[in-house]
Ligand binder design. Sequence first.
Ligand code: FES
Length: 145
Amino acid sequence: MDAPSNLPPSRRRTFLLILAGGLGALLAGAAGWPLLRFLAPASRGGAEQAVSVPRAAVAAGTAHFFQYRGKPAVALQLQPGEYTALSAVCTHLGCVVQWQEATGEFLCPCHGGRFSPAGAVLAGPPPRALEILPVVVDGDQLRIG
Ligand code: FES
């Protein structure tokens, strides 16, 4: 797009400055939108974000890892018919914890943090327990979230 040639030079300069500013704002918006989407927290709430896990996948004494709202989570059967679900993200620096079947604990491989099956801190640097996720038994499924 050319500046109108019948305008005096000062108005033509103003027109070009406005045009350049508009294009700059448009490009900044186009480049910044993906960054804003990445940095914005995920929307919360809503049954549509609940995750279903087959009860059969959560045998007693084992841990079933799955994705919950884009992050690792884990479901356990603590007692027969008693289920719990936890975030599998360590509360220290965010590594993914691992289930230690031999000891019945979670171990964080990054700095040795240890958590109980209920998510409580047993040892190491984690400042808080693992986040507990709500679990509802729904037939042969666990509805988590
Ligand atoms: S990130 Fe888990 S103990 Fe450091």
